[in-house]
Design a binder for this molecule. Structure first.
Ligand SMILES: [Zn+2]
Length: 348
């Protein structure tokens, strides 16, 4: 079969090549790939900045935002041939740490977790892949290709759950949510906010085009420019840019008792505010700044429900490009209008 593979930490080593059939060690369920989403992590791996190949192997099959069709469900019950499934990405560490021991691998404490297509386990960018039945999430068949949006939806599902958990510390009735960044994660965070009945606002740099349209179609309000000019203090901010100045503005603008949830991963940037001033704002308004990454099985399950409830036409517009596997290099190039680019292996 063919797969998109890479030698981790070696820039320019990605290729679409012939590889052996999927390793039975990866699970008893055999799946035919339909599509795999591309995100910034894939780009970083291909650029040689990130990623680890399976032990004893030089190359890693790329891809963690999967969608496939069950070819052989194996001996375990629960799945049948033809089911549409998405593979969970992370696996608990082998020690295990206390969190992995209770199924909270998203909160892994020792960093020894593994991840499909990222860290020590082959990913999903191959014509066929195998998975353990307990890590294969069955999706509503009417979603079809849209199932490829499940993995990014799990990220915002966990972020929202973190916000709700922190909110339990006091009487709190959040009404307004600001999402910073209208990429796939930001738009899906806005969807989750709308589904929970919040007045949702989304801020991004672009002033026109698909992103503002999608925000308005969701029944949310679009802003471009600075957070400081949005005209209100949000109860919740889901920060999806990782940009230092946006993070600092978020902490300054959040309402009293509000929660800023950071999901973006950035680097560097100038320090625009002294730490003690930022801390003073947090103290005096009882704010919480919480980071959130990855997702456990509960979030994956909730995310399947979020997608199943969402408007199919709106979700379809998030997928702006479908590339063939042999054109994976084009799929990894960022274009301004791209929201979610997927590599399509077979028809749904
Ligand atoms: Zn762990």
């Amino acid at each position: 079969m063919k797969a998109i593979t890479v030698e981790p930490k070696k820039p320019g080593s990605a290729r679409f090549e012939e590889v052996p059939e999927p390793d039975v060690g990866n699970g008893s369920v055999l799946v035919e790939a339909i599509a795999v989403g591309v995100c910034g992590t894939d780009v970083e791996i291909v650029e040689g900045k990130y990623g680890w190949s399976p032990p004893g192997k030089g190359r890693l099959v790329l891809g963690h935002e999967s969608l496939g069709r069950v070819l052989d469900p194996g001996a375990a019950g629960g799945l049948k041939k033809g089911d549409l499934v998405v593979g969970i990405v992370r696996r608990p560490d082998a020690v295990p740490c206390p969190n992995c021991a209770v199924g909270e691998w998203d909160m892994c404490r020792n960093g020894q977790y593994t991840e499909r297509g990222i860290k020590e386990i082959d990913g999903y960018m191959s014509e066929r892949w195998r998975i353990e039945p307990e890590y294969a999430m069955k999706i509503d068949p009417s979603l079809g290709l849209l199932g490829v949006l499940l993995e990014p939806t799990t990220v915002v599902t966990k972020a929202w759950e973190q916000v709700v958990a922190v909110g339990q510390r006091a009487f709190w009735t959040p009404r307004t949510m600001l999402v910073t960044g209208a990429g796939p994660i930001g738009l899906l965070a806005a969807l989750v906010g709308k589904q929970h009945g919040l007045d949702v606002h989304v801020l991004d740099r672009v002033e026109s085009g698909l992103k503002p349209e999608l925000v308005r179609e969701l029944g949310a309000t679009y802003h471009s420019g600075s957070i400081l000019d949005i005209g209100f203090e949000p109860d919740v901010i889901i920060e999806c840019t990782g940009v230092g100045s946006v993070i600092a503005d978020s902490i300054q603008k959040i309402a009293a008792g509000g929660i800023v949830c950071l999901t973006g991963v950035g680097a560097g940037g100038t320090v625009g505010r002294v730490v003690a001033d930022v801390a003073a704002a947090v103290v005096l308004k009882n704010n919480v700044v919480v980071g959130s990454v990855n997702a456990n099985k509960r979030h994956w399950y909730k995310a399947t429900e979020t997608l199943a409830r969402a408007d199919r036409k709106w979700l379809r517009r998030l997928i702006t490009r479908c590339e063939k596997p042999e054109n994976f290099q084009q799929a990894l190039e960022r274009r301004p209008d791209d929201i979610k680019v997927v590599i399509q292996f077979s028809e749904v």
